[in-house]
Ligand binder design. Structure first.
Ligand code: NOJ
Length: 568
């Protein structure tokens, strides 16, 4: 067998042809979705903040001549004061002029579609900014058409010092009470997040009508899907009773959250939302489960409506942990429900940092760990969501508190061992030039200390880079149907540190070996579906290498082999 430091795949197999979408209406199961945090992806106008023209300039990185992803999810692009990184929206129907405005958005959709990339918007429908015209209109008066669109409630009483008491004991995820008193109206309003993010009342028909009209507007502009921010919080118990209390380490964990989210009528609301989205064919949605469980995520999953569960994100870099969790997720979702695969997003420590720290791995293992992480993400069952920058092994960047762009970071308590999401939202380095080619101005947030060596241009030219590995794996995935929507079986490769699984049907089976150990090991090519396997992507061996079932194979630290069944 030939071993080589460069990894290669099958770069041309199954790639979308320019201007055509891959996988038809089933793309939400078979395709790969790439999350862009627009403020940090690329700056087109030199003001230091990423924007839509910047994204348009870099679409080839995502399209068929680059990674070859099927869709991109844009974190919020709406006008926003930015107290929660864009998740505080003043107008859900428009695009923030700071990000390029509506014309740039329409160009982005056309240019993305031309490359076979679908566009998914982040819908923040649980709350608005306190600068939203609805809230401004309801703040000072209990009358008028906007008066009841938020969760306004009377005080429960007045304390000895004359201070109004909140309607119940609910607390905010970002710290402090979930209620803020508005003297002009003489009532409290509810907010699970910041007080600058008042929660709308989804039980008021005018709210649902307005939200669904807004969704129709985006569909008409060519949007292909939606990510629903904290969708399981939309509905609260109609009577808003206090939550029961229990022992815990913070105000949040000292409550049993029976009444402030996950209400029994949520599935019916999701069905109504889906009926609107299904007005156009091939449109998907994915719900962000807030503080949810695996079982809860599986229960809310529907056709064309995925739900993020967070079990993969909490794992250390150990094969047994991944084996157990993959099996548990398979049991929870079953064959009828389609899971997602996520290791990083804009709210979490980047996975290369997290996984390396979980085993105390040295810095020189970082790229190998990034490659092993990519192999997990792109070969287990479920729609993979990549987070910008992971394809070049971007790590968390230490941000001094005075440079933080995440105001909630200053408020959260002991529930968050890792916090200040600025660390995982730093600008993308494109070149070895000033500011990594991200901007010609002053970047809004500092770039990583390794920007001179770690950037897209450098990695695109290096066949041994993390980026080349992502491209190889994505090509292998696109070329082998069983890697897209086949079933998964976790198998034994005879070595405890090697994660091994077989994806089967439609098409030939694919075997994946991912060695998650820091030393060399001997693994065994599992017997079973095939007598011989032919390598289609690997970090250390040449493609087309043949592997005989039952034979043993020496694996280097973090080595990955993806092979397709030959002789059965
Ligand atoms: C979930 C988003 O992912 C997070 O970034 C945001 O802070 C909260 N929703 C509140 O909007």
């Amino acid at each position: 067998m030939t071993r080589s430091p460069a990894q290669r795949g099958t770069p041309d197999v199954g790639r979308a042809r320019s201007g055509s979408f891959r996988h038809g209406d089933d793309w939400w199961r078979r395709g790969v979705i790439y999350q862009v945090y627009p403020r940090s992806f690329a700056d087109g106008d030199g003001d230091g903040l990423g924007d839509l023209p910047g994204i348009i300039d870099h679409l080839d990185h995502l399209g068929p001549d680059g990674l070859g992803v099927d869709a991109m999810w844009l974190s919020p692009i709406y006008p926003s004061p930015g107290v929660d990184g864009g998740y505080d929206v003043t107008d859900h129907t428009r695009v923030d002029p700071v990000l390029g405005g509506d014309a740039a958005f329409d160009t982005l959709v056309a240019e993305a579609h031309r490359r076979g990339i679908r566009v998914i918007l982040d819908l923040v429908m649980n709350h608005t900014s306190d600068q939203h015209e609805w809230f401004v209109g309801s703040r000072s008066s209990r009358d008028g058409p906007l008066a009841d669109r938020y969760l306004w409630r009377d005080p429960a009483g007045i304390d000895a010092s004359g201070t109004p008491l909140p309607p119940n004991n609910w607390v905010s995820w970002f710290g402090g009470p979930a209620w803020t008193f508005e003297p002009a109206r003489g009532q409290f309003f509810h907010h699970t997040f910041l007080a600058e993010q008042p929660e709308v009342d989804w039980r008021v028909p005018a709210v649902e009508t307005a939200m669904f009209d807004m969704v129709r507007g985006w569909l008409a502009r060519g949007v292909d899907g939606f990510r629903l921010d904290t969708f399981n919080v939309f509905l609260k118990h109609p009577d808003m009773p206090s939550n029961p209390t229990r022992r815990g380490t913070s105000a949040w964990t000292r409550q049993v959250h029976l009444y402030d989210f996950d209400q029994p009528d949520l599935p019916a609301l999701i069905e109504r939302f889906r009926a609107v989205v299904d007005g156009a064919t091939g449109r998907m949605s994915v719900g962000e489960m807030f503080v949810g469980t695996l079982a809860g995520a599986a229960a809310l999953t529907r056709d064309r409506h995925l739900v993020f569960d967070w079990d993969l994100l909490g794992l250390p870099l150990r094969a047994d942990a991944f084996r157990r969790t993959i099996r548990r997720r398979e049991r929870a979702f079953g064959l009828e429900r389609w899971p997602t695969a996520v290791l990083s997003n804009h709210d979490q420590s980047r996975h290369v940092t997290r996984l390396a720290a979980s085993v105390g791995a040295p810095e020189h293992d970082r790229d190998a760990i990034a490659k092993a992480g990519a192999a997990i993400l792109l070969t287990i069952r479920g729609t993979p969501f990549l987070y910008y920058g992971e394809e070049i092994g971007m790590a968390d960047v230490a941000i001094p508190p005075h440079e933080s762009v995440d105001p909630p970071a200053a408020r959260v308590g002991p529930d968050f061992p890792w916090w200040d999401r600025s660390q995982a939202r730093t600008p993308m380095p494109w070149t070895g030039g000033p500011s990594g080619g991200f901007t010609s101005g002053t970047p809004w947030l500092r770039l990583g200390p390794d920007v001179a060596e770690r950037h897209v241009a450098g990695q695109a030219a290096d066949p041994g880079s993390v980026l080349s590995w992502y491209r190889a794996l994505l090509a292998a995935r696109a070329g082998h149907r069983s890697l897209q929507d086949g079933a998964i079986q976790v198998v034994s490769a005879g070595d405890p540190d090697t994660l091994a699984h077989v994806r089967s049907g439609p098409g030939p089976e694919v075997l994946v070996l991912i060695h998650l150990g820091a030393g060399a090991c001997r693994a065994r090519i599992p017997s079973g579906p095939a007598r011989t396997w032919s390598v289609v992507a690997a970090t250390h061996v040449d493609p087309a290498t043949r592997l005989a079932a039952g034979r043993s194979l020496e694996l280097e630290p973090y080595e990955v082999v993806v092979a397709v069944a030959q002789d059965r």
